[in-house]
Design a protein around this ligand. Structure first.
Ligand code: SAH
Ligand code: SF4
Length: 381
């Protein structure tokens, strides 16, 4: 983004009120923030001049002193099953992805929180890319703003049918590693004058940053998904290296604390099934024991292979048997359908080629190639 003008797309209610006051509105009028939220997030307007219920003088100041700008779209692809993926330019050679998954009773948007990711989970294409930078609030909420606009949610001055009914933070990046911006963006998602989504319809997925999870519980408790992927520390250390810092026992204790404040009374554990790595019956039985302390559901995710990953998707039979062990033990376990396979819109899937990690430093900032791993998913209702 070339302009240095403030981008009001990422401003919450207090920031908008303060900004208008700064532009010389006297006395400060709190309802200005509400009006701006409506125009930007409910009418999808990016032109201040069109905001007809705001005084002409203020509109003119806004036109010259601020912008409303979402990341620009580089590519827009729709899969045979209706799944739609946008590749968005976030500047300095970085691109991110968001994926919209339409279903009969809801529309889920999977959004990114970082360009790349520093956490290096061994089976994840984003992790293989390394970390580029945190997304700003406007870049995070801009994905939702853009999807709604593109899908035709905005009609005339105000919101029509909301096409995006659910948001999941399961695209590129670790949302809890970009805490402040992610929370600010989620507050806009929840704000009745912006997107008005209920906390149950906004899901944050984390690989398990325990202190940040505790902060989230206080700051903005939304539905929670946790990437578990292994029944014990030895294996999880290998697959999800942040486990060495926050081992399973500590993570599960944080989950129990989280559920006390969460809008749903369970945590969704994600478990990517990797052939011959974490999909044996013994591991299923061990998983049953491991998750016992936490009210939870388990979402089994077929691994989405990418070049050079070194892993393979578990055989359908192994998936079925693994799930059966969980079900027989009384757990709720679902298998995620893969969506948008033909446009690489599934979990951890790169739109482009995965660059070798050793070449990462040379590539960084060099070109628009950091196309993201995006988790297109099905969360149990
Ligand atoms: N960083 C967060 C959210 C983004 S990843 C997290 O790790 O939870 C979203 C989900 O996609 C996570 O459960 C992640 O483990 C999973 N995932 C990553 N790579 C995948 C792959 N190649 N196949 C299937 N799922 C994958
Ligand atoms: Fe980062 Fe999540 Fe991928 Fe791990 S699975 S590298 S935390 S995006």
């Amino acid at each position: 983004m070339s302009t240095a003008l403030p981008n009001l797309l990422g401003f919450g209610r207090p920031e908008l009120a303060a900004f208008c006051a700064q532009l010389g509105e006297k006395p400060a009028r709190p309802f200005r923030a509400k009006q701006l939220l409506h125009w930007i997030h409910q009418a999808g307007i990016d032109d201040f001049a069109a905001m007809s219920d705001i005084s002409k003088a203020l509109r003119e100041r806004l036109v010259s002193e601020a912008v409303i700008r979402a990341p620009s779209v580089v590519r827009d692809t729709t899969a045979a099953d209706g799944t739609r993926k946008w590749l968005l330019d976030v500047g300095t050679g970085n691109a991110i992805e968001s994926v919209f998954i339409p279903e009969p009773n809801r529309g889920t948007l999977c959004i990114s929180s970082q360009a790349g990711c520093a956490l290096e989970c061994s089976f994840c294409a984003t992790g293989r890319q390394g970390f580029n930078r945190n997304l700003g609030v406007a870049e995070i909420i801009g994905q939702l703003w853009w999807a709604n606009k593109c899908l035709g949610s905005y009609q005339g001055d105000y919101v029509g049918e909301r096409k995006v009914s659910n948001v999941v933070m399961m695209g590129m990046g670790e949302p809890l590693a970009n805490f402040d911006n992610v929370v600010a963006a989620m507050r806009l998602m929840l704000d009745d004058d912006a997107y008005g989504l209920s906390r149950r319809r906004v899901t944050l997925s984390t690989s398990g940053l325990v202190p940040a999870l505790d902060r989230l519980r206080e700051a903005c408790p939304v539905a929670l998904a946790v990437s578990l992927h292994a029944p014990n520390d030895a294996l999880r250390n290998e697959l999800v290296p942040i486990n060495k810092k926050y081992p399973i026992r500590e993570l599960l204790a944080a989950c129990v604390r989280y559920v006390e404040k969460a809008p749903r009374d369970f945590v969704m554990f994600e478990y990517v099934l990797l052939d011959g790595v974490n999909d044996s019956l013994a591991q299923a039985r061990e998983l049953v024991e491991t998750v016992k302390p936490v009210p939870c559901k388990i979402n089994l995710i077929p691994f989405n292979p990418f070049a050079g990953s070194g892993y393979e998707r578990s055989k359908p039979d192994a998936v079925r048997r693994f799930q059966e062990v969980l079900l027989k033990a009384g757990l709720i376990a679902t298998t995620r359908k893969t969506r948008g396979d033909d446009i690489d819109a599934a979990c951890g899937q790169l739109a482009g080629q995965v660059a070798d990690k050793t070449r990462r430093a040379q590539r960084r900032g060099a070109r628009l190639a950091a196309e993201g791993a995006t988790a297109a998913l099905e969360l149990a209702p």
